[in-house]
Every structure is written in structure tokens, then in C-alpha cells.
Design a protein around this ligand. Sequence first.
Ligand code: GLN
Length: 490
Amino acid sequence: MSMYHTKTVTELSAMLQAGEVSSVELTRYFLDRIKNSDDKLNSFITVCEEQALAQARESDEKLKAGNAPALTGVPVAHKDIFCTDGVKTSCGSKMLDNFISPYDATVITNMRKAGVVMLGKTNMDEFAMGSSNETSYYGAVKNPWNLKAVPGGSSGGSASAVAARLAPASTGTDTGGSIRQPAAFCGITGLKPTYGRVSRFGMIAFASSLDQAGPMGQSASDCALLLNAMAGFDEKDSTSIEKSVPDYSADLDEPLAGLKIGLPKEYFDHKEGGMNADVEATVKTALEQYKSMGAELIEIELPNSNLSVPVYYVVAPAECSANLSRFDGVRYGYRCEDPKDLNDLYTRSRGEGFGAEVQRRIMVGAYALSSGYYDAYYLKAQQLRHLISDDFKKAYEKVDVIMAPVTPETAFNIGEKTDDPISMYLSDIFTIAVNLAGIPAMSIPVGFVEGMPVGMQIMGNYFEEAKLLNVAHQYQQQTDWHKQMPEEFK
Ligand code: GLN
């Protein structure tokens, strides 16, 4: 009995290259796992069986011919925010339930060039707005560690699918925590790259100055392989940075002796935001492990971090209200029945096509941008954003990386926070500053509290993804939290 789901992408890639398994066999295996188990999780919106098998056959030809890139034939799932040619691209919304993209996002093109097989498109919060994957038009996603709990969001389907090993790895996007928070809740490894490192072309926009795509996988070394394929300059994205892409797998084995780890005092001993004592203790144990590996722990200050949530909830809604104006019932997407006139067409199409959370954000954003309020809200938020970035710049003069919890608590239950948007927003209290500053950050599994995974965040200076991956990989060489699998999906 083959147990391919117990293998990492790094291992599967080696097996494919050595001809120990074919991509067709591997792809069938994961398609079967999705077929047999995803009704418990709801982690996929679309499964691309035929297309995946065709890509797998192509990959097998390339593997036979020799010199195939490392990811050739590896099956991966993509968040349904990435446009995929000829395949439904819903962004978790009724608005795009009927949208078949006529082109591929650059992330998808890059992954395809690297030989990756697309298993399907994963469930997500509607237009990536949410922290629990409950705002999806396609229903809530379940956490494989406890089917009553949320997987986190907005990349909840991508996290849940990898945690249950329905896919060896996946892609996600992170605007305020949407890769790191679900990675933490589901016990997997996720990386949000530096803003501008991965192209946003063809990735449906939520908040353009914050959105960034990244890998979600079982380990740091898997994320390195995926990032090698995803990253790079793209002339189709005006915010893409023209900077060469290093081999993210090259420095994984560097020893950590002398590494300076900053611990922001604002992120620890946190009295507000419902910081759970056991989560904090679990993170502190991981920090001790780093100390034993030769790292130095240094207390630092990020004095403006208390501003992150309020600043984010002005900037992100403002940008989303502009980005989502294109969904007007005219050009594409949902259109209401029998509109009376143009105004009726706009208002009913948007009123019926968008869910409650998306409408709330659009209203807040339109208000913050309206004349008379722009200076008081949007401009002010942009100014405060600079203070938040400057805090990080100052900190990185003293330390190499910064470590902190990813979330104040482990995965909460489905329905627990749906009536209280503010408490939902606070679950990103430790992740949002990173997006406002544009720096890279990871989430790695560091233990469990009452059977639910705990994530630790590793933040780095601009373009230091390789350092983060090295720091995460060294920890994963000494611990096996990242190898744990939920009982029901073993
Ligand atoms: N939870 C945050 C929000 O709802 C972040 C979402 C994201 O990163 N896409 O805006």
C-alpha cells in the first residue's frame, strides 16, 4: 500500500526524478484522497481531474527525457484567487461563481513552467476577506484537527487540504495574515514573501498594496522549492520588483550559531487581544530550542504595533472598495435577473453577488475615501503605516529575525466569532503589521494546545526569505511538530 501522502514535496520530487513513482500515479493517488475525504473538509471548490492527469502525463514525458525541473510532476492545489485558464476562478464569491478565467495568473504560469500539476482550486473566504473561511459562498471549511473548528482564513482551504494531506502543498495569499494564520491553525508551514517578490498579475485583487502570494506546505524545505518556482520579476505587475531570485533551497543547512532573534515585547505578555497562556508558553519553548541551537534572544520594541489593526482596517477596506468596483454586473460575473434600469442593475447585482463581510468592507472603504473624510482616515492611516515600517527597520539594525506568536489562540470553533467582526479582526493582531511594512514572514508549527496546533511567526527583513527558510528548516531538523498528522486523515 503506497503512502504517498506521508511524503513531503522534497521527498516526492526525489522519487519522481529517480523514476520510483510516476506523476500520473501520484496525481491519481491525491485525486482519490480528495474524492474520499474532502466531503468532511470542504477544502476544494473545484477539482481538475482531467486537466491534472493530462499535466501529469506531460510531466512523465519530461521526466523520462531527463533534466526536468525539481517540481516536475508534483501535484499542488491552488487558492481559488488565482486566475486559471479555462477553469472556474470564483474567489469564494457568488459574484464569480460563473467566471471561467480566459488566462493564467503569473503564479500559475510559473508553477506550470516548473512542471507542477494543478489538482484543483481551494476554498477561501470571499475575496480573501476573513480569518475563518466562513465567509465563502461555498460554505465553511473544516479544520482537519477538529472538524468543529475553523481552519483559519482566508487561505483556509489551502491550509486544510495540506494538513489532511489531500495535497502535498498549496498556494495561498496573505493581505493581513491569510497564509500565516491558517498555517498556524492547521499545523503547516507557510511563507508570506516580501511585497513585490511574487507577481500579483492574475491574482484577484483585495488590497493591492498589501496582497502577496506565497507557498503553504509541510516544511520549510518544501516552501523553498515552491518559492523558487513562484518568485520573480513580472513586467505585467507594476509593483513587481526587478531583483534576481536566489535559490531558496541553497542556504537551508546553514548553522544558526550567533543568530540574533528579536522578541518584540509588545507581542509577548499580551494582555489584550485574548492571548492564551498555553499558546504563549508553547512559543516560548520553541524559543528555548533556538537558544539551544546557538541563537541569541534579544528583547526589542515595535512601539507602534498597537496601531496595526486600526490602520489595516482603513487601508484594506479603502483599497478593496476601489478594486471591487469592477464587479458591476456588466463586464463579468453575476448579474441580477430583469434589471429595471442601469442603477437597478448595479445595485442589485452587487447586493446579491457580494456577501455581508465584503459589503461591510466596501462601505467602510468608500466612507474612508470620501471627500471630507479622506484626510482624516485614509491619509492618516498611510502616515501611521510609515511609523509601523520604521519600527521594523530600526529593529533589523539590531537583530537578524523577529519571532512572535502567529495568533493569540488556537483555532476557534465554527460560528464562534461570526457575530462579532471586531473579535474576528483581532485574530490577526500579530500578523497584520508585516503586511503594512511589506516584509516577509513565516509560520511554523511549534506544538499543540489541547490537541490543536500552535504556530510561531518568524519575520525577516526585506527580501530575506532565504534566511527565514534557513531558520525554520534548522528548527524542523530538530523537532517533528511539522510531521504530525491529524488522526482521521493518516
Ligand atoms: N483576516 C484579514 C482580513 O480579513 C486578512 C485577510 C487576508 O490576509 N487576505 O482582512
